[in-house]
Design a protein around this ligand. Structure first.
Ligand code: ADP
Ligand code: ADP
Length: 228
């Protein structure tokens, strides 16, 4: 059985005001192996974010099943971490303290926080900015902090929702290469939602193409190009 298996998943958003439910995903099936880099593409509104949130467990699926190592996903867990476009950094904390945050929530000791922060500050080229606050950094830098914070909790699965969507083309290219470098060193299983077909082909082992009304998987393309 595949490491991560999504079987016939359905997601219905309930609208309590109008009573009209909205079927966002229907019959979504997908198998992913450990360490694969999966990109998810498709038109706006086809359910890419919905799929990501359901793999995280933040959004309960209303049909089908999602299995990780054979175990059903029912809620968020330590094995998964989300990275958003809006990075969601805590403005009153320094960069270093932001990277600690997830580990702190897990009740880890100070030494563990420090060693993880050091490692990921270095890996993401942020060491000299560790005592800065998020508003003092550029968008690209803040996105690095978001990635460092997600990696610091050492998840098996990294769920990224258009993480580079707000960056200019040049910074995006730099970040793509950094992400590949980090991925090469850690071999996390990555789900990466993007609007960019180029970005998708550049990063992916596997491209999941979705279509809308309701959201379904239209095609799964194996890419596995040689990497830089
Ligand atoms: P994508 O990420 O591909 O743009 P989303 O997963 O955000 O798509 O949304 C899929 C569909 O579900 C869209 O039609 C969107 O309007 C709808 N949707 C998203 N979130 C909610 C919600 N909380 N309640 C109702 N409908 C939602
Ligand atoms: P900790 O409690 O571990 O020091 P937090 O980041 O949770 O770290 O909180 C740091 C301080 O910021 C706390 O005093 C908290 O009350 C305050 N704080 C909480 N939410 C906000 C916010 N939205 N804006 C500014 N300060 C906040």
């Amino acid at each position: 059985m595949a490491y991560l298996s999504i079987r016939n998943v359905e997601i219905t958003y309930k609208n309590h005001k109008t009573g009209k439910d909205f079927l966002a995903l229907s019959g979504v099936s997908l198998d992913v192996e450990k360490g694969e880099f999966v990109t998810i593409v498709g038109p706006s509104g086809c359910g890419k974010s919905t799929l990501l949130l359901s793999i995280d467990g933040l959004l309960p699926h209303t049909g089908g099943e999602i299995l990780i190592d054979g175990k059903p996903v029912t809620k968020p867990g330590k094995d998964r971490a989300l990275v958003f476009q809006e990075f969601a950094l805590l403005p009153w904390r320094t960069i270093e303290q932001n990277i600690w945050f997830g580990l702190e929530l897990q009740g880890e000791k100070k030494e563990k926080l420090q060693s993880a922060a050091d490692r990921f500050l270095k890996l993401t080229g942020l060491a000299q900015f560790k005592d800065h606050f998020p508003h003092q950094l550029s968008g690209g830098m803040r996105q690095r902090v978001g990635i460092a914070r997600a990696l610091a909790v050492d998840p098996d699965i990294l769920l990224m929702d258009e993480p580079f969507g707000a960056l200019d083309a040049q910074t995006r290219e730099i970040m793509q290469n950094e992400l590949l470098k980090i991925w090469d060193e850690n071999r996390k299983t990555v789900f990466f939602v993007t609007h960019g077909i180029d970005e998708s082909i550049y990063l992916a082992d596997k491209i999941v193409v979705m279509s809308a009304r309701p959201g379904t998987v239209k095609e799964i393309i194996d890419v596995k190009l040689p990497r830089p």
